[in-house]
Ligand binder design. Structure first.
Ligand code: OMP
Length: 280
């Protein structure tokens, strides 16, 4: 049995630093890299990011939407990207933001968290807005297979606030309810649990109590969305040691040269590592 995702991610973050790089092949990035906006361009983009960063950053996060754009042939490219990355030393977080009634969630778990599936990643992103309990088949399957799930709590986009900062009947925000549910799943696990929270680096003061989370915090929104490494301290406070900052366009736009991508990733990691170290 492989080690649990939480333990593997902790080890990767300790060894390689706090950095996740997204693979988001936007049409504008393909053009900027001199690639065509088609399956061939997609394939070249994914392969180059893998060549540049696999084993050099703690996590790599392919964004499924940019592969789904091309239908089944795009999904086939996503499968090959996952194959190239898995076992490289960088954990693969597949960004699919799935969530559905439990019986359908079980099928998503089969798609993304079953080692027999060609789309099996180390972890997936999931949406809890059909109720945290509806994610049970996904979380259970992840735990059984040494894999993980990142649950949206307070997302980086400004529109998220109207739902996620809404106050539930007991006075907690919706985001806090999600954080507390995650905390329960991760309770007592060492060095940290395998269920993470997604909290954008752009969200400012969260009002969240993260003390008992005991799981990783995926923090997207750095760079292109305006989030800055210097903001991490104000957003995450004492939970900074759990934060996995995630960058896509800002790092990817340095390509297609492998050396330039590596240098951009190094800059992103250094800026986050020093922001995190200030309070560590
Ligand atoms: O789950 C995510 O990764 C995610 C959550 C969130 O709150 N905000 C967010 O931007 N993301 C994803 O993170 C990536 C951000 O890309 P850049 O804005 O190019 O760095 C995209 O793939 C988004 O879908």
């Amino acid at each position: 049995m492989t080690k649990p995702f939480g333990a593997r991610l902790r080890a990767a973050m300790d060894a390689l630093g706090p950095l996740c790089v997204g693979i988001d092949p936007h049409p504008s990035l393909l053009a900027g890299w001199g690639l065509s906006d088609d399956v061939k361009g997609l394939e070249s983009f994914g392969r180059t990011v893998g060549e540049a960063l696999a084993g050099r950053v703690a996590a790599i996060k392919p964004q499924s939407a940019f592969f789904e754009r091309f239908g089944s042939r795009g999904i086939a490219v996503l499968e090959s990207v996952i194959r190239q990355l898995r076992g490289s030393g960088s954990l693969v977080i597949l960004d699919v933001k799935r969530g559905d009634i439990g019986s359908t969630a079980a099928a998503y778990a089969d798609a993304y968290l079953d080692p027999a599936s060609p789309l099996c990643a180390d972890a997936v992103t999931v949406s809890p807005y059909l109720g945290f309990g509806s994610l049970a088949p996904i979380i259970d399957k992840a735990q059984r297979n040494g894999l993980g799930a990142f649950v949206l709590a307070m997302t980086s986009n400004p529109e998220g606030a109207s739902v996620q900062r809404a106050v539930a009947g007991d006075g907690r925000t919706v985001a806090q309810v999600i954080v507390d549910e995650i905390s329960q799943v991760n309770a007592g696990v060492s060095p940290m649990g395998s269920v993470g929270a997604v909290i954008g680096a752009t969200v400012g003061t969260t009002g969240l109590r993260l003390t008992d989370l005991n799981g990783p915090i995926l923090a997207p929104g750095l760079g292109a969305q305006g989030g800055r490494a210097e903001d991490l301290r104000a957003v995450f406070g004492d939970a900074l040691g759990l934060v996995l900052p995630s960058w896509s366009r800002e790092v990817l736009s340095a390509g297609p040269e492998v050396s330039a991508l590596r240098a951009a990733a190094d800059r992103a990691r250094e800026s986050c590592a020093s922001a995190i170290a200030v309070t560590a």
